[in-house]
Design a protein around this ligand. Structure first.
Ligand code: MRU
Length: 355
């Protein structure tokens, strides 16, 4: 199967399988070695899958949260929960990870339909998936148009581009196609992509395991490089632009994304090349004024201190493991959403351009 057709999050109705409705997730912890699905039927299983990054990436977590409301309703029906218990379980899904605002946005969009019944809840969760897929294709085209024009204006002509990306923002991280990876796919489809530098993305290797896998499925030329190589590759002039996704974008354009992103933005600013953020408007949180107000998830120390379960740091060492960092708006050359491009670094804020 082409990675374009992957669906990371799908709902299986009670009429299929053993009669219990389930949420089917591509198990992203098993890639690139195995393409397997994990079917979850309970809130505990879903939260565990979100925390362990079986399902990950802001829009995919959002979709899982939307279907999570339907999952909680079905479990509550089986186990005789009262309404207070159901609301509490839905709130647990909403809080499974703190940084990607899509999770909260999607749960808050679907939960008010609980009184209308399971069919209404599922229809809304399906709509979230459909809209995300459409948004990704729209932003792919907007982003590719903007980049091609920008590179041509800089005097380099309309030549194939060398793009650096970080983490995984592809079909696996979304309802399909991808955000930053959607722009990259679009450039490739137009014959305007020379190669991709995919940062490996320590410590959980979403770049090396997932982005490289999606690119390889499509036959898109790419290098996997250590995160520490990114700044040097940019400053040597081997990259035309960096494109990344986002987990939450504040009203002023400050952008939380996978840890390591801000260093890429700084290198791009120093080198004078575009640093593009591609994200759907569901990732823009106008209620959060600046990046200082974004809750950055701190993950367990073992992810840093161990490698494949073997301790690599001295026993006395502590691990510092923020999963995300915040890139100041001034370093974001362009924010591309399904509604178009905002030149955030030049002063166009989400608060003005997307409210
Ligand atoms: O911890 P993860 O893998 O969920 O982090 C994902 C990212 O940081 C992505 O760049 C972001 O969610 C955008 S996905 C389209």
């Amino acid at each position: 199967m082409s990675s374009q057709d992957l669906r990371a999050v799908t709902w299986t109705a009670a009429t299929e399988g053993d009669g219990t409705p389930s949420l089917s997730l591509i198990d992203q912890t098993a890639l690139p070695h195995a393409l397997e699905r994990l079917d979850v039927t309970t809130v505990d299983q879903l939260i565990d899958a979100i925390v362990r990054l079986v399902v990950r990436g802001a829009p995919a977590i959002g979709a899982a949260g939307g279907y999570g409301v339907a999952l909680a309703m079905a479990q509550g029906e089986r186990e005789g929960w009262d309404r207070a218990r159901l609301d509490a379980e839905v709130a647990r899904v909403r809080a499974a990870r703190p940084t990607a605002v899509n999770l909260m946005v999607c749960v808050d969009r679907v939960a008010p339909l609980i009184d209308a019944g399971p069919a209404a809840v599922l229809a809304e969760a399906d709509a979230i998936v459909r809209e995300d897929l459409e948004a990704n294709h729209a932003m792919g085209a907007f982003g590719a148009d903007w980049l091609q024009k920008r590179i041509a204006v800089s005097g380099s002509g309309d030549r194939p581009l060398r793009i650096l990306t970080h983490c995984n923002t592809g079909a696996l991280a979304t309802a399909g196609w991808g955000t930053a990876l959607g722009v990259i796919r679009e450039l490739h489809g137009r014959g305007r992509l020379e190669t991709v530098y995919a940062d490996e993305t320590r410590p959980l290797l979403q770049g090396a395991r997932l982005t490289a896998w999606e690119l390889a499925q499509e036959g898109i030329p790419h290098f996997v490089q250590a995160d520490g190589a990114a700044a040097g590759t940019i400053l040597r002039g081997e990259v035309d632009a960096a494109i990344v996704g986002a987990d939450r974008i504040a009203a002023n354009g400050d952008t939380a994304n996978k840890v390591g992103t801000v260093g890429i933005a700084l290198a791009c600013a120093y080198a004078g090349i575009p640093f593009m953020v591609a994200a759907p408007t569901t990732t823009v949180d106008l209620a959060t004024a600046t990046g200082a107000d974004i809750h950055i998830e701190l993950r367990g120390e073992a992810e840093i201190l161990e490698w494949a379960g073997v301790r690599t740091a001295p026993a006395a060492s502590r691990g510092h493991n923020p999963a995300f960092d915040v890139t100041p708006a001034s370093l974001v050359t362009a924010l591309v959403t399904e509604r178009g491009v905002l030149e955030v670094g030049a002063g166009e804020t989400p608060a003005d351009g997307l409210s």
